[in-house]
Ligand binder design. Structure first.
Ligand code: SF4
Length: 216
């Protein structure tokens, strides 16, 4: 059996309801493609395009270089994704978190001393919950594997409030990412349909609802 390569969108869906990922990979023919999903994607892309013209002051990194829509992947995790924005911070820039004497450590930046910082845009005013933090950590892990060097932190930027939250990519957060991907893989490989979420709130507007006969 070929190894499934998941996307960061799958991680997001899994947090909403694991069954959506099950449908995507185990019953791909029943998976709906809905106007609602396309509209959400379009709104996100339009908001993101507007953000490109804005200042970097919000991150405290005005001298950083910006890379938009960066494709990354991790062979170790079996995961791919596209990062909204990656900030490139030179070691001597104001705001850089990379001390020059860190090379050679387990979490060393690449030889140039550049710090890479992933930024994920969100379309909510609420503080970033655990699943958004996991997504950001997944981007960081993939960025390390794709571009090399260490990623120590990232930002979750609200397109609504125009505020950025800094998130440290701790060992615990990285472990959560690995465990979540492993749980998704086990579910798909064993073709085991998960139970619906304990709260039926996510079912109310779920695009997959007509496939779930056990939820009211
Ligand atoms: S209807 Fe409910 S249980 Fe079914 S996929 Fe959607 S959220 Fe999950």
């Amino acid at each position: 059996m070929e190894r499934t390569v998941f996307t960061v969108t799958d991680l997001k869906q899994y947090a909403y309801c694991p069954r959506i990922v099950f449908y995507t990979y185990c019953l791909p023919l029943v998976r709906p493609t809905t106007g609602k999903m396309d509209e959400g994607r379009l709104a996100h892309e339009e908001a993101r395009d507007r953000e490109r013209r804005r200042t970097l002051r919000i991150y405290g990194l005005e001298n950083a270089r910006r890379h938009f829509d960066v494709w990354v992947a991790s062979d170790q995790l079996g995961l791919t994704g596209r990062i909204d924005l990656v900030l490139e911070v030179a070691p001597d820039s104001p705001g850089s978190a990379v001390a020059p004497d860190l090379s050679g450590s387990a979490a060393a930046p690449d030889s140039s001393g550049i710090e890479w910082i992933p930024v994920d845009y969100k379309q909510t005013a609420r503080r970033a919950g655990p699943h958004l933090r996991r997504q950001l950590a997944a981007y960081g892990i993939m960025l390390e594997e794709t571009w090399g060097g260490a990623v120590r932190r990232g930002f979750i930027y609200s397109l609504i409030t125009r505020r950025a939250e800094e998130v440290l990519l701790t060992a615990a957060l990285r472990r959560e990412v690995r465990e979540t991907v492993a749980a998704m893989r086990e579910m798909v490989e064993q073709e085991r349909m998960p139970d619906p979420p304990s709260s039926r709130k996510p079912c109310v507007n779920c695009e997959f609802r007509r496939f779930c006969n056990d939820v009211e």
